[in-house]
Design a protein around this ligand. Structure first.
Ligand code: ADP
Ligand code: MG
Length: 991
């Protein structure tokens, strides 16, 4: 009820907003009519005139109606002259003039909000309106696409309008050199993916050593296409540039065999319980069975017997009941006791692993405490209150306790990562082994992600489990989350077919409002109720029957899957039935775009993971509308309703006919982990479900949606959590990057260097003068060892108080420096001065990032105590940052005078440059998932290995050898499949 009322209010708010913008549409159209009388040259002249008016103080808002009209009129001219445009090697006939709803979409984008416009409404064209307007400012407009291919496509296609009107257009592509990138950013408009933009920012600010190394020129206005996919799905993946760690702390190989023993023990235990549960079921004691099976779930969530029992809704319900019972507050002790009956417990939802006393004793019978975290707080307290210890002894005792604590934490961390590797992660589901390496499978798209690694040691733990070589851990050199990158823009806007369900998050995190734009024509898509099956097998069989039926009638179908694995299963089944189809896995963007564009042809069957072919328009071919248009089948409900809506939205564009339906089963991950099976099983009994037959009812849809909302809520919390931690880092990064950038861009670095020196002197003087008695000896010692000032104690005594000491030092240090640089080449001196500061910032900042990583891990351990980890984290991070700033200053003072050593450091710094500030051959860059610990790219050392690590990530385009496996059907050679001339390649797979 409340929801309904809210919706009414939101709905009307939205309508009000659209209504508010509508009068402007009339104005734009009137201007456009007037423009028709102009010559094309006169139309082009408008750009210059607009820029003049801007310079004279008019605002972009004032120019909007006329500027939009110019774009619209340009489109009209293209359409009338039947202009053909070369887009990625193909000619496309221009035949679009923005509709009124598109003009409204453009205004929403200009106002810095998200325009929700359904698939096929022409968002690509919509973006040209605000882009042209904002590009008039010459500050650069960035348009973000989901992949490199779409960036290039849109720059070619929409670029025609901008270029015609006298603006310049650039496009970022992976592997471009620095000079190329700078040229793209210098354009009025730049297309590219979020990671290309983000990594350029990191390189510009974390690695560039001269202003010429920097490629971006500010963050004025950005429009993000498929904004939900970028800001929500990818928000969990910070961008990381990393290099190998110098010292590795892992002990996985050491603990591997003992953990294997432990896991074996636990499995025996759990299988015993599962068998006992079987007996109980036979005796009709479902409740007892449920309790036993719940224990199995805690101890070994992927136990085969357990999974089998859970196929039965009744048993499932019993397990859920047992779990619910345990989580009641009054039963907490019982839960704790239950956990103590096994060697360790696993929480699959949060993927955490916890040793019990039993487990600790198994691992080290003589000293079970070896595997528990010492209580540092109590220990420190005891030390403090021990009257028998001198202050110095107390310090020593505390340091020893701290060292113990760290060692134990390290040990436990290793063990728990190994347990996760053994019990939560499954080969061929979460990862595959390729060429003796553990390759991650992306949970969202099902793509293989060669070169990416889970962080925090998890990847190494899995390597240990699989017996492949354990690669070195990596260290973060620079990092930013996608969220924080986009917060840099003065104005941000986005467009997508699906933003409404996440409107709150957009508002909270990005302060982006969502406006739903009405479609140009009414949408007549028919969404059928979900079909629910008991098992995956039954579901797939029914699915194949459905495909067969519709295919026989000639209706085209798009089958959406959640993973590459399930795409392949369905493809195999279709092949057996001799149904021609193609499989798209979001690996070959351009090729797949070309193929998916044909999904609306008579008899076409496309199986696609959810990112495959995104952004490509599916048009119906003649005769298909009469068959009901494109039919979309979802083979699994996704964790998020938004992704399902996106899949559905791929059909019935622009008033076309179309329909959609989801096939789901109780064995799907969503249902297994988050479904309220009790309720669903109840419903199913009520509705009367037969074996082997799917059930369909609006009530069931609602239950599924409840499960989805639950996961959405949890994922939102995870993202918010990541952001809260990252905010701390973001503030620090802002300070450091601003300092770095000042240094980098300063034409005369010396005053700034001396400002730093002065601050250092002031704080040292302050500290030495603040003791009682005043530590003048210390000051003299520090001064002479840090700087060649040659001052004696008497000099200070003669000078007076602490103010005079600082003055004296500041004067002396300048004198000394003058002497030092007198005969040097002034330009070289400037470079050296810059280096002194940049080198210190970079070295210590990277160390700091490493320490902050460590802090993140240890804070989580601390959460076991009663403290709020975020507050602890903020406090410690603040302290560490203060120290960092002090140490950077100290290092600047130090290095300023070590000409010999600083020169050699300078040289090695320079020789490392191609690697530090290069392009594709940079250190490693990656995106990470904090939920699983972060992932990052890694390589063993120099840039050649880095090249190799990056190679698979490069978009290769369809440049394949004829004998290579076909990307769309790896069982065939390319020349016999897509690469074959004459036939339709992959479209014929299986036929
Ligand atoms: P979206 O990104 O919203 O899903 P696209 O930008 O891919 O949609 O456009 C979908 C199709 O609609 C494209 O084929 C495009 O040429 C066409 N289109 C867009 N705007 C218009 C228009 N005003 N008139 C005619 N066709 C249009
Ligand atoms: Mg699009």
């Amino acid at each position: 009820m409340i929801g309904w009322v809210l919706k009414r209010i939101l709905g009307t708010q939205n309508q009000r907003e659209v209504r508010r913008l509508t009068p402007l549409v009339g104005e734009i159209n009137r201007h456009e009519e007037a423009l028709r009388a102009l010559s094309f040259d006169e139309l082009r002249g408008k750009t210059v005139a607009f820029r003049d008016r801007l310079a004279k103080g008019e605002s972009l808002d004032q120019l909007l109606p006329e500027a939009f009209a110019v774009v619209k009129n340009c489109c009209r001219r293209f359409t009338e002259e039947k202009r053909r445009i070369r887009v990625r090697g193909q000619e496309i006939l221009w035949e679009m003039i923005p509709f009124d709803v598109q003009l409204i979409g453009g205004m929403v984008l200009h106002s810095g909000r998200i325009a929700e416009m359904a698939t096929g409404e022409g968002k690509t064209l919509v973006a040209t309106l605000p882009t042209y307007l904002n590009a008039l400012s010459a500050k650069g407009v960035h348009i973000v696409t989901v992949n490199d291919y779409l960036a290039a496509r849109d720059a070619d296609w929409m670029g025609e309008v901008y270029r015609e009107l006298g603006l310049t257009v650039g496009c970022l592509q992976h592997g471009q050199t620095q000079a190329e990138r700078r040229a793209q950013y210098a354009c009025d408009i730049t297309y590219g993916t979020s990671s290309e933009f983000g990594f350029d920012y990191l390189r510009d600010n974390g690695m560039a050593t001269t202003p010429e190394d920097q490629v971006q020129r500010g963050h004025f206005y950005s429009i993000i296409d498929e904004v939900d996919s970028i800001l929500i799905d990818e928000a969990r993946t910070p961008l990381i540039i990393s290099g190998p760690v110098t010292v590795s702390t892992h002990q996985f190989d050491k603990y591997k065999s003992i953990i294997e023993g432990l896991v074996r023990k636990q499995n025996t235990l759990c299988t015993d319980w599962a068998n006992q549960a079987k007996e109980r079921i036979e005796k009709g004691d479902l409740q007892g069975a449920g309790r036993l099976l719940y224990k199995v779930k805690l101890g070994s969530p992927r136990n085969k017997l357990l999974l089998k029992f859970q196929e039965d809704p009744g048993t499932r319900r019993a397990v859920d009941d047992a779990e619910l019972e345990m989580y009641q507050d009054t039963r907490r002790t019982e839960l704790y006791k239950t956990k103590e009956e096994m060697y360790f417990s696993i929480d699959e939802r949060n993927s955490e692993a916890d040793l019990s006393q039993m487990g600790r004793t198994f691992l080290n019978p003589n000293d079970p405490n070896f595997f528990s975290v010492p209580d540092l707080i109590t220990t420190n307290h005891d030390i403090d209150s021990n009257a028998g210890l001198s202050p110095e002894e107390k310090l020593k005792a505390k340091a020893a306790a701290q060292a113990d604590y760290e060692e134990a934490s390290q040990r436990i961390h290793n063990i728990s990562q190994l347990l996760r590797a053994y019990c939560v992660f499954e080969k061929d589901v979460h990862y595959v082994i390729q060429e003796n390496k553990v390759v991650i499978v992306d949970e969202y798209t099902g793509r293989l992600m060669p070169g990416r690694r889970w962080s925090d040691g998890l990847h190494q733990a899995v390597e240990a489990r699989e017996g492949v070589q354990i690669d070195r851990e990596t260290q973060t050199l620079a990092t930013i989350t996608i969220q924080n990158y986009f917060r840099l823009y003065e104005k941000l806007a986005g467009m997508t077919g699906t933003a409404e369900t996440e409107a709150n998050e957009f508002k909270d995190i990005y302060r982006l409002g969502v406006v739903v734009i009405p479609t140009n024509r009414d949408c007549i898509r028919k969404d059928a109720d979900d079909l629910i099956f008991k098992t995956r097998r039954e579901k797939l069989n029914a699915l194949i029957e459905e495909i067969k039926k519709r295919n026989a009638a000639g209706q085209p179908m798009l089958v959406g899957t959640a993973s590459v694995e399930s795409s392949e299963i369905i493809s195999r089944m279709l092949r057996r039935e001799n149904i021609p189809h193609s499989v798209l896995n979001a690996k070959q963007h351009q090729l797949e775009a070309e193929i998916v564009a044909r999904a609306g042809e008579r008899g076409a069957v496309m199986i696609a993971t959810n990112m495959a072919g995104r952004g490509t328009d599916i048009k119906l071919s003649p005769g298909v509308a009469e068959l009901g248009g494109l039919h979309v089948v979802g083979t699994e409900r996704h964790e998020s309703r938004r992704i399902d809506r996106q899949l559905r939205g791929r059909c019935a564009r622009q008033g076309d006919p179309g329909s959609s339906q989801f096939f789901i089963s109780f064995e799907d991950d969503l249902m297994r982990n988050f479904g309220d099976s009790r309720k669903i099983a109840g419903l199913m009994t009520k509705l009367g479900m037969e074996e082997n037959e799917g059930l369909q009812h609006p009530w069931l849809n609602r239950s599924v949606e409840t499960a989805q909302k639950r996961v959405e809520g949890r994922n939102y919390q995870v993202r918010k959590h990541t952001l809260q931690y990252d905010d701390v880092m973001n503030q620090q990064r802002t300070v450091i990057y601003a300092w770095r950038s000042d240094m980098l861009n300063s034409t005369d670095p010396r005053p700034e260097v001396f400002e730093t020196v002065d601050e250092r002197i002031a704080s040292e003087v302050e500290a030495r003068a603040g003791t009682d008695p005043v530590d003048l000896d210390g000051l003299v010692h520090w001064a002479n060892s840090a700087m060649p000032v040659g001052l004696q104690k008497e000099d200070f005594q003669k000078a007076g108080g602490k103010e005079e000491w600082a003055k004296l030092l500041k004067a002396k240090v300048r004198e000394a420096y003058e002497v030092k640089v007198k005969f040097e080449n002034p330009e070289a001196v400037k470079a050296l001065e810059r280096f002194v500061v940049l080198g210190a910032i970079d070295r210590l900042w990277q160390e700091h990032l490493y320490a902050m990583d460590g802090l993140r891990t240890s804070i989580n351990l601390r959460a076991y105590g009663q403290k709020d980890p975020l507050i602890e984290y903020k406090n410690e991070a603040y302290g560490m940052f203060g120290e960092l700033m002090g140490r950077i200053k100290e290092e600047v003072v130090h290095n300023l005078f070590r000409s010999a050593s600083s020169l050699s450091a300078f040289e090695s710094f320079l020789s490392a440059l191609p690697q530090r500030a290069g392009r594709g051959d940079l250190p490693m860059e990656a995106a990470a998932q904090p939920t699983e610990g972060s992932m990052s790219m890694q390589a063993e050392g120099g840039s050649t290995v880095v090249e190799e690590a990056l190679a698979p990530m490069r978009r290769q385009g369809p440049k394949l050898g004829r004998n290579d496996p076909c990307p769309l059907d790896p069982t065939k050679k390319f020349k016999n499949c897509c690469g074959s001339t004459g036939s339709k390649g992959c479209l014929k797979v299986g036929g």
